[in-house]
Design a protein around this ligand. Sequence first.
Ligand code: TYM
Length: 327
Amino acid sequence: MKRVLSGIKPSGELNIGGYGGALSQFVRMQEEYECFLFIPDLHAVTVPQDPKELLRRSMDIAAYYIAAGVDPDKAVIFFQSHVPAHAELGWMMETQSHFGELGRMTQFKEKSEGRDSVSAALFTYPSLMAADILLYQATHVPVGDDQKQHLELTRDLAVRFNSRFGETFTVPEPIIQGIGSRIMGLDDPSKKMSKSNPNRNSYILLQDSPDDIRKKLARAVTDSEMTVRYDWDRKPEVSNLIEIYAVFSGESIEAIERRYERQGYGVFKKELAEAVVGKLVPIQERYKEIVDSEELVRILKNGARKAAEAAEQTLVRAKRAMGFVTF
Ligand code: TYM
């Protein structure tokens, strides 16, 4: 049985990076895999969050999953905080994680840099992420490129636990899709597209209006060559835009290069904007219909119940393996 577990944190508005690296993959994979798609809200609070904003964004992400095409009849959709087994197994995974390996995580280094105080939970974040995945015996984890190191640690922890306490967890494979797994900032292709960038022209949010999307893409940095060619070493700005085009149009890189070979950047950027707008507008419309609905609440309650059932089986196995008394 092939099983997927993945999620998007409600720590910022969803941008097209999360769509390219994760959400578009969820939609594709639900046809073939048994999918557990969650909203890792416990992970969001490893850095300070305004409670009202967290509440709103959490429901937003859930609504965007469905609006983008995740089908609640095919995938189990739920909040991490609704399934207590995550926190329980998270603690158990912390006991198996080494201080040194957690300290080497680049995401921890990036997120703690320049902060006066850093929560202990930010440090142990990857242990909880391992628990998220291992609880469901996930075989595959679709993520963007920035989660690679966390997935490697998850695999190490699974192997370590299994060899210490006996076969308990499936060792998961990351699925990092070539195209769309690293969508970079529109102002600087050396930095990942992220809502935490103070320059709001550097990212496109799923909720941006068509006009904003057009403006942001018109302003996106390019180079002085005027040839639409995919070459990350020499033309990172243009390569990033070609990737965004490929994610939103479903076309191959080669087809896009061929079409715009002699067109210059103006036409390319305009048509790129229309490809993004064309995909996002229907998602935004569905999002509006669903975000405040009873239907969404019902889906999430149902999802939490199904997820808890699956998680409980692994939790009990892991507890027995470690020597906890279970009746
Ligand atoms: P998060 O919430 O930062 O991002 C969600 C997913 O989107 C991908 N992503 C990107 N992909 C391409 N280009 C970008 N610019 C971009 N920005 C984000 C991320 O790689 C990720 O796949 N730790 C995770 C959340 C998490 C999780 C899990 C994921 C917690 N437990 C278990 C999978 C399985 C995170 O912070 O993702």
